[in-house]
Ligand binder design. Structure first.
Ligand SMILES: [Zn+2]
Length: 416
């Protein structure tokens, strides 16, 4: 059972999934994925074609990562088939490029099955991903970078254009602007384009009804299953209010759109420009009142201003403080005080000498103790900081951090 607002956000975990070890010397880098996938929900399968725009340096052997269960059908370099090896998730290609640094287009045609098991009973888990990296089913599809649903290189940071196709009525949702959508030949399709490079792309799809609204000129989208379609307007109105509040506090909203999507297993993910919330939680009133706002706040803290994990994940503490705690504070000082007391109680009761650790070691929650430290104690640090520097410098500082560090990796020391 999901007991409180802190427990659903699994944002940090998503970020960690894509923190693959970077190669010593990354001569080949992916600048852009022009990706097309067709989903076959009844077969747990997708067919993909990724045209990768690469920067290469001379002749080189490159190893891409793709789901070990995938089958690679063709690799095409500048219009010509080239040999490749695919084994245990490693796609080895020799790039016969002469001369110095240049850009090439390499196309990979592949297909794969994704069927991580979905827990039957949505129970509370310490693992916010429920161990699911990739799954495609008639209920819905969820494909995270960790599933290897498109070819990638370690330490990837690229822009994406994704066209997703699925049987009519099965709609896809991902990061970036929705630039085209419709139905053709019995298929639903949508095309998404990210303006900024991302370290990885997550795709969700399902039998969604989509509703839309606008915040200024920013499209707001809601994807709910038919049973929960009536919630769309409530969510869109709430997102609008959160965007207004946070734009005032932190500066302009840093993405092309904001979308809320329902998921068929109980996630609370905040991705760049969208959030994915489990069916079992979307009906709970506190989700709209707190968790949704928490995910919107991650748009600034954790998504646009990125975390430098080498010095610890500060984003859960800050997001908790400017979302969950701030809502209490705006309701009444007593509620805010009670919220902070709860943080202290959790820390006292859940963390002992064995399980305690410094904030600089926090990456993502994997236990009640790590949550009490990484979310709770870190939120208290931001509270102490605010008391130390005073109201105006505190909020001005956050606004400056967001303006000056947008789309950069930031550690505790830079924040300080
Ligand atoms: Zn969070």
């Amino acid at each position: 059972m999901i007991k409180n607002i802190l427990t659903i956000c699994g944002f940090a975990l998503y970020a960690l999934l894509v923190l693959l070890p970077a190669p010593l010397r990354a001569a080949t880098t992916i600048l852009h994925h022009d990706l097309q996938v067709r989903l076959f929900p009844g077969e747990a399968r997708l067919e993909g074609r990724d045209a990768l725009r690469l920067t290469v340096e001379g002749k080189e052997k490159v190893v891409f990562r793709l789901s070990p269960g995938a089958r690679v059908e063709r690799v095409v370099l500048e219009g010509r088939d080239i040999p490749f090896e695919f084994e245990q998730g490693s796609l080895r290609v020799s790039l016969p490029v002469a001369g110095g640094r240049s850009q090439i287009i390499l196309r990979v045609d592949y297909q794969g099955r994704f069927q991580d098991a979905i827990p039957g009973q949505p129970v509370h888990s310490e693992d916010p991903s429920y161990g699911i990296a990739g799954t495609i089913s008639p209920k819905g599809a969820f494909l995270s970078p960790a599933a290897g649903w498109y070819p990638d290189l370690p330490g990837g940071n690229a822009t994406f254009r994704l066209r997703v196709e699925a049987p009519a009525g099965f709609e896809g949702i991902t990061a970036g602007a929705l630039v085209a959508e419709g139905r053709k030949d019995g298929q639903s399709y949508s095309v998404w384009q990210t303006a900024r490079p991302l370290s990885g792309l997550t795709l969700a799809a399902g039998p969604y009804r989509m509703e839309r609204d606008l915040y200024g000129d920013i499209p707001l989208l809601a994807y709910f299953y038919p049973e929960n379609e009536h919630l769309a307007q409530t969510y869109l109105a709430a997102v609008k209010a959160y965007l207004e509040m946070y734009s005032e506090l932190f500066g302009p909203y840093p993405y092309e759109k904001f979308a809320v999507a329902e998921n068929f297993f109980p996630t609370g993910y905040g991705f760049p420009s969208w959030t994915l919330l489990g069916s079992s939680v979307v009906r709970l009133p506190f989700i709209v009142e707190t968790s949704l706002g928490h995910e919107v706040a991650h748009s600034w803290w954790g998504n646009a201003v990125k975390v430098d994990y080498a010095s610890g994940n500060w984003s859960e503490g800050l997001t908790t403080y400017v979302a969950d705690h701030l809502y209490k504070e705006r309701s009444s000082p007593e509620e805010a005080l009670e919220y902070r007391r709860k943080i202290l109680r959790d820390y006292t009761t859940l963390v002992d000498d064995e399980s305690d650790f410094p904030l600089s070691s926090f990456t993502s929650r994997d236990s009640a103790a790590s949550q009490a430290v990484g979310y709770g104690k870190a939120a208290m640090v931001f509270h102490m900081l605010r008391r130390l520097v005073g109201e105006a410098p505190y909020w001005e500082g956050l606004k400056r951090a967001s303006a000056e560090r947008l789309h950069q990796r930031v550690g505790w020391s830079e924040l300080k």
